[in-house]
Design a protein around this ligand. Sequence first.
Ligand code: ADP
Ligand code: X2W
Length: 260
Amino acid sequence: MREVLKIFKIGGGILDDPDQLGRFLSELARVPGRTLLVHGGGKGASQMLQRLGLEPQLVQGRRITDAATLDIVTMFYAGKTNKQIVALLQQRGINALGLSGADGNSIRATKRPVQAIDYGFVGDLSEQSVNTALLHQLLQAGIMPVFCAITHDGQGQLLNTNADTIASALARALAGAYAVELHFCFEKDGVLADVHDEQSVLAQITPEVYHTLKASGAIAAGMVPKLDNAFAALAAGVEKVVIESALRINEPVKTVLCRS
Ligand SMILES: Nc1ncnc2c1ncn2[C@@H]1O[C@H](COP(=O)(O)OP(=O)(O)O)[C@@H](O)[C@H]1O
Ligand SMILES: CC(=O)N[C@@H](CCC(=O)OP(=O)(O)O)C(=O)O
């Protein structure tokens, strides 16, 4: 029987609030078995860019990343945010190891080709992107890998890659060796049937229900790429995909994705 691996992803909303981040990491430290964390930080990066006089540009949730933006997001994601999270996990007795995709050649990406939009230094992932052998060694050594949203192309170029996409790619790549559970954690209790009603959490969601709610506009904004990544992971052999509150990962309230 394959060992269970739980992959958690946290996004900008939670990372922005030191109290909520600390509470999430305390809950994460209580999760039994092998775990891996992926973090974003898009909200904080946009604030940092503005403070430095650059205007953040996002198209369908993806950041247009010119050279100056890449410098700043690398400092912010792979530096400040990643190292702060690792330090807080160490404080909680977890031997975490912070990684960008360049470290140990753990995630190699391809610069997104210029089509209608030039996204700049943004990396796309493929089936071959993840160094599963390295991750397996780290996990078996009892280490929790902590990934930021920076990857590399193998030619010396760093690339900015959406953190939901990284979590989904890691989950798919590791699904051969582990029974992977992929947990997208954010500030709401799950996918809401009505985004204005915090109580309207859907316990389960099928691709059909997703498409209906997306077409009606009930599921919108950042939730759309998140669910696209989430359903893609489920279709590719990931055992379980969950959308849940970062503060309630050890509680039963959540949305579980169903194949049909
Ligand atoms: N039906 C829905 N249920 C829950 N959240 C939704 C829904 N529709 C839109 N959203 C929005 O999607 C956001 C989550 O996406 P995003 O901000 O990209 O996540 P993250 O915090 O992980 O970066 C929520 O904060 C919420 O405002
Ligand atoms: C290419 C691209 O869009 N990269 C993202 C990476 C961070 C991220 O995904 O952060 P959240 O999970 O907090 O949204 C960005 O720079 O915003």
